[in-house]
Ligand binder design. Structure first.
Ligand code: PMP
Length: 411
């Protein structure tokens, strides 16, 4: 396997050191192949909001397994999952399931282009939307971590159709639309960014995006692959009261199995085959095991409504880290919302890609290793968000806060 891995950040090449192998995961804990137990703040990159291997999700998968692993036909589970999603995301009038976040965003872009009859899209530097050609330009996440925010192999002709703007910059957006008022099919963004560290929008920024896309007839696409069901059941669009035209989902809606989904206004979604001219398909789309896991995960969120609890855990972690940094005299910011957070070793406010890159990633790498040596697994990149699960409540969060504070003292 190139780099020994099936997804680049797992190789620890940017953060240094040797990656560990995991033999099992339970609750807030990963058990490594050499028998170490780690408190996990990566949560399989977001999906594990209920902790690993939750008994209700496991039971749902086992029950589905008894009925067969794939049908290649419609089945009732797809409808149940779609109803759960649309219940919490009123902007999603129609939904299509696929197999990853990458597929969701790639297909949403094609749909926006097909619907508007325009080719150009706007994305923001540091936002990661998976690894399709149109979107792997000034991307965050692993692409940024490994110093290749623009991938080789993306044809220049494709890249030209993607305008990249700074996040949180209304003037740049106004200028881009004024320069080509009838060319832009869609604006896609992570409404709260989790792939360049964690960055939230300035007040009014998302409302401005909504207004300007509407004014110029471009679609607004919220990529809530990370934030959907993570920050609120209805994602950032619920928190901010903004209704995008299309929404991309993934991660939590698959309960830890491979799933993506995209949906939105019915008149736009009806451009998809078989009703409309935009083609999109998948052998395993709506897979019964993945759908069963997703239903179980979302039902748990419906029952438990754990967002206040998760936010308290997030604040506890943030406050512990900030207190330790203050005592040590190190400039640290811990942007946090609910169960997402990151660490920026920087004195200036981090509002976008450029200011995130000016934070001290080498210091973050030292924090990462000091924490890992003491049994706490933070994101293996300064440019990834951390995630907290309900299973972190109790001893795990207390122990993790002590470890992170000690690791900061040792910097
Ligand atoms: N969009 C966002 C916001 C993401 O965070 C990710 C993955 N981290 C993706 C899209 C791509 O999802 P996947 O890795 O499932 O293809």
């Amino acid at each position: 396997m190139p780099g020994g891995v099936n997804s680049p950040v797992r190789a620890f090449r940017a953060i240094g050191g040797t990656p560990f192998f995991v033999s099992s995961a339970q609750g807030a804990t990963l058990t490594t192949s050499d028998g170490r137990e780690l408190i996990d703040f990566v949560c399989t990159w977001g999906p594990a909001i209920h902790g690993h291997n939750h008994p209700k999700i496991r039971a749902a998968i086992a029950e589905a397994l008894g009925r067969g692993t794939s049908f290649g036909t419609p089945h009732l589970g797809e409808i149940e999952l779609a109803e759960l999603i649309t219940q919490f995301f009123p902007s999603i009038q129609k939904l299509r399931l696929c197999n990853s976040g990458t597929e969701a965003t790639m297909s949403a872009i094609r749909l926006a282009r097909g619907f508007t009859g325009r080719d150009r899209i706007i994305k923001f530097s540091g936002c990661y939307h998976g690894h399709s050609d149109s979107l792997l330009i000034k991307a965050g996440s692993g692409a940024l971590t490994h110093g290749h925010p623009d991938s080789a192999g993306v044809p220049a002709a494709f890249a030209q159709e993607t305008l990249v703007l700074p996040y949180n910059d209304c003037a740049a957006l106004d200028a881009a639309f004024a320069a080509q008022p009838e060319k832009i099919a869609a604006v896609i963004l992570e409404p709260y960014c989790g792939n360049v560290g964690f960055i939230m929008p300035d007040p009014g920024y998302l409302a401005h995006l909504r207004a300007i896309t509407r004014k110029y007839g471009a679609l607004l696409i919220f990529d809530e692959v990370m934030t959907g069901f993570r920050l609120a059941r209805g994602g950032v669009q619920e928190l901010e009261g903004i209704s995008p035209d299309l929404t991309c989902l993934g991660k939590i809606i698959g309960g830890g199995l491979p799933v993506g989904g995209f949906g939105g206004r019915a008149e736009v979604m009806d451009y998809l085959a078989p009703l409309g001219p935009v083609y999109q398909a998948g052998t395993l789309s709506g897979n019964p095991l993945a759908v069963a896991a997703g239903i179980a995960a979302l039902r748990l969120l419906e029952e438990e409504n754990p967002y206040a609890q998760l936010a308290a855990l997030g604040r506890q972690l943030r406050d512990a880290a900030l207190a330790a940094a203050r005592a040590k005299g190190i400039a640290l910011q811990v942007p946090q919302c609910g169960s997402m957070f990151s660490f920026f070793f920087s004195a200036e406010p981090v509002r976008d890609y450029a200011s995130a890159l000016r934070s001290d990633a080498a210091l973050y790498a030292r924090l990462f290793h000091a924490a890992l040596d003491r049994g706490v697994y933070l994101a293996p990149s300064a440019y990834e968000a951390g995630f907290i699960s309900t299973a972190h409540a109790g001893p795990a969060i207390d122990r993790a806060c002590d470890v992170i504070a000690e690791a900061i003292r040792l910097l």
